[in-house]
Design a protein around this ligand. Structure first.
Ligand code: ARG
Length: 491
């Protein structure tokens, strides 16, 4: 009996070690020393955006060019990562990034949490609205619903306008889309950015309004960062030598990609319906390579989650009480809190707690396998318990050791019975994998939104990847059916 317990323990230990090792393998690439990580929100052409048809994955723009210039001067390597605007300051605080350049304005509120360089560019707010809507001054917005980017100073200034309802949205393209759909009356967006969107959407116009708050862009750093004086020194040089002007000219006067031709004196344009998938064709390779990201992510999480689920289920039927308690509490917590919350926690808390700068993909795989392990363990436990009790008793009376009994007799039968449930779990995982796009993993969904942002369109890329997701789920279901039939006929 004692021997059996020891064996049980040992096999569980082996499984735990196997999981730990695979984790380390995922996490094994170390960060080069002199690399600075720049975090940005690439929804802001021409400051930072993607042109997937031209430069693929890479984030480009005015801010990025400045960052490249400065880091080169100072002898650092530069790594650029993208996320939602409201995640940028937390990223600095979590030491996930060394600096942020996102057309970010140094406000008193932000200065409490991060340090800023000198200003490197000035900007003004504008009201973006449908042509002919006559919303040109702040006063015109009274009683209206107005879109702003979540966490931006525009959100603050609209909040202060009496009688105006602020609608905070994650991305600038979301604001544009909501205006076009007339769910909001207007948006408050910075001039250089508004210009691009207005040029690409002939049904929109923009009007500059006077700044009431702080304005302009500066580079943000973690509190107490020693980089600030170095960066300021190079910024001063760049201003003196005309380099900043040169870069501003390069980016701010560039013709807007895919802008629809506008004819002078065009009357207010009637809303256009109908979809144009032609616009996403140049970016197809970029979108399609997201299939790999999504697949690797799903397979890795499903596989690790499955192993972890087996371990947990054995814990749950174990006679060793602490293991049972652990597994039960674990499942309860992971099933009882939202997946997206677990994901953001793992992503943002890991660097702060462990000092290890976990990548978004690693954080995603870890959260998903920890989470799906909880669900799968329940399924497996039920599967094991559904196997005829007599078999266990027979094996035990024949003196078959626990490990062999589980591995050769009970688990194979259990797995066969729960296969449909496991397939369900994998399908859920495949679709839920789209959640990782919120922490910036470039999976299918994120690629679709990025292409949408850069082409100033919305539905086409989403519909396109929707079809891809659906096809992936169909093939998964089909593969599982084949497998099930095989297993059935082999019994
Ligand atoms: N300048 C504004 C601010 O600091 C908006 C910046 C938005 N930037 C972006 N990359 N989306 O709040």
């Amino acid at each position: 009996m004692l021997d059996m317990k020891r064996l049980k323990l040992r096999s569980m230990l082996v499984a735990v070690i196997a999981i730990a090792l695979s984790l380390i393998a995922i996490a094994s690439y170390a960060q080069a020393n002199k690399t600075l990580t720049l975090a940005t929100s690439p929804d802001y052409p021409p400051y930072e955006f993607k042109d997937t048809a031209v430069s693929g994955n890479e984030i480009i723009g005015f801010d990025i060019d400045i960052a490249k210039y400065i880091t080169k001067e100072l002898g650092y390597e530069l790594k650029v990562i993208g996320m939602d605007f409201n995640g940028l300051i937390p990223a600095l605080q979590a030491k996930r990034a060394d600096l942020v350049m996102a057309g970010m304005t140094p406000t008193a509120e932000r200065k409490k949490n991060v340090d800023f360089s000198d200003l490197y560019y000035e900007a003004q707010n504008t009201i973006v609205a449908k042509k002919g809507s006559n919303l040109t001054k702040a006063e015109d917005l009274t009683g209206k619903k107005v879109g702003v980017q979540l966490g931006s100073i525009q959100q603050e200034s609209v909040k202060k306008m009496a009688g105006v309802q602020a609608a905070p949205l994650n991305k600038i393209p979301d604001i544009i889309q909501e205006i076009k759909a007339q769910r909001i009356a207007a948006g408050v967006i910075e001039d250089t950015v508004a210009k691009g969107y207005a040029a690409a959407n002939p049904d929109l116009e923009f009007n500059t309004i006077p700044n009431t708050e702080e304005s302009g862009s500066a580079i943000a750093f973690g509190k107490g960062s020693t980089l600030v004086p170095e960066f300021n020194r190079v910024l001063q040089q760049m201003k003196a030598s005309g380099k900043i002007k040169e870069l501003a000219n390069k980016w701010f006067s560039r013709p807007i990609a895919q802008a629809e031709p506008t004819t002078a004196n065009q009357p207010a344009v009637a809303p256009k319906f109908g979809l144009d998938f032609g616009k996403i064709v140049p970016s197809l390779p970029y979108i399609l390579s997201g299939i790999w990201v999504t697949l690797t992510f799903t397979l890795l999480s499903a596989f690790l989650g499955f192993l972890w689920g087996i371990v947990l289920s054995l814990f749950k039927i174990s006679s060793i009480k602490p293991l049972f308690w652990f597994a039960t509490a674990y499942t309860s917590v992971f099933r009882g809190t939202p997946l997206i919350l677990q994901l953001t926690l793992v992503y943002f808390a890991t660097p702060q707690l462990t000092g290890y700068n976990i990548s978004a993909l690693q954080a995603g795989v870890i959260t998903f396998f920890l989470n799906s392990g909880a669900y799968i363990s329940e399924t497996i436990r039920a599967g094991i318990q559904a196997v005829d009790k007599g078999q266990k008793e027979a094996a035990e009376s024949l003196g078959v050791p626990y490990k062999q009994m589980m591995g050769d007799i009970i688990l194979p039968q259990a797995l066969k019975n729960i296969l449909p449930a496991l397939v369900n779990e994998s399908i859920a995982l495949l679709k839920d994998s789209a959640l990782v796009s919120v922490i910036g993993v470039e999976d299918l969904l994120r690629r679709a939104t990025i292409v949408g942002a850069e082409k100033y369109i919305y539905f086409e890329p989403l519909i396109f990847v929707g079809v891809i997701y659906y096809l992936m789920v169909l093939s998964l279901t089909w593969g599982a059916n084949v497998l099930e039939r095989r297993l059935q006929s082999s019994s």
